[in-house]
Design a protein around this ligand. Structure first.
Ligand code: SF4
Length: 197
């Protein structure tokens, strides 16, 4: 982590602490200390929950989380203080992991909008996967180049420049390994992965 990031984090931490301190200080001036109540509320929220260690799915920093669930339903996600990576903290994106589970706006079906169409169609996952496979094969076959005529004679290429593969941060090592093999097997050379889309 850079000095800039460190100082920014330290500044935010201090600012948040100062703001909370001011608010609490104001209430305490009227005789109401809310800190025990806040701690108790947090305790009650996860009192009956089972805790599962997990990892934030968003980026390659790989912050550890604790997922609390009651009767199979996630009720809370927070940073794991035992982690040497994030030591209980989560960035704003990671702190919003809970809404991955509960957000009513989350799209849970495959939507397809054909060329020129104005409406989205609901597709089954099988239909979408078949279409991706069909287009991948078609593009690969149309753009595959076996040899290149150089000044020294023909050179073997066996590549396709028609497809670009971009992996995401939520793909784990095993998936990346298999994916890489598939892409190289197809002859792709433009294979990239990133940590934070
Ligand atoms: S998105 Fe944030 S919380 Fe998640 S792994 Fe990356 S830095 Fe950690």
């Amino acid at each position: 982590m850079s000095d800039v990031a460190l100082s920014r984090r330290a500044l935010l931490k201090r600012s948040a602490g100062a703001a909370a301190g001011t608010a609490l200080g104001g209430l305490m001036a009227f005789g109401a200390d809310l800190r025990p109540a806040q701690a108790r509320a947090q305790e009650l929220r996860i009192k009956e929950a089972r805790a599962f260690p997990s990892v934030c799915p968003y980026c390659a920093v790989g912050c550890d989380t604790i997922v609390h669930a009651i009767d199979g339903q996630i009720v809370n996600v927070e940073g794991d203080p035992r982690s040497p990576i994030n030591q209980g903290t989560l960035c704003p994106k990671g702190a919003a992991i809970f809404q991955l589970h509960v957000n009513p706006n989350r799209v849970q079906e495959v939507l397809h909008r054909g060329p020129g169409a104005t409406e989205w169609e609901v597709w089954s996952l099988d239909q979408a996967m078949d279409r991706v496979a069909e287009l991948t094969k078609k593009t690969r076959d149309e753009t595959f180049v076996e040899t290149f005529e150089s000044a020294d004679g023909p050179k073997t290429l066996n590549h396709s420049l028609g497809i670009f593969s971009l992996g995401g941060a939520t793909m784990d090592n095993e998936w990346n390994h298999i994916h890489q093999k598939l892409m190289r097997g197809l002859g792709l050379v433009a294979i990239e992965n990133q940590a934070r889309i």
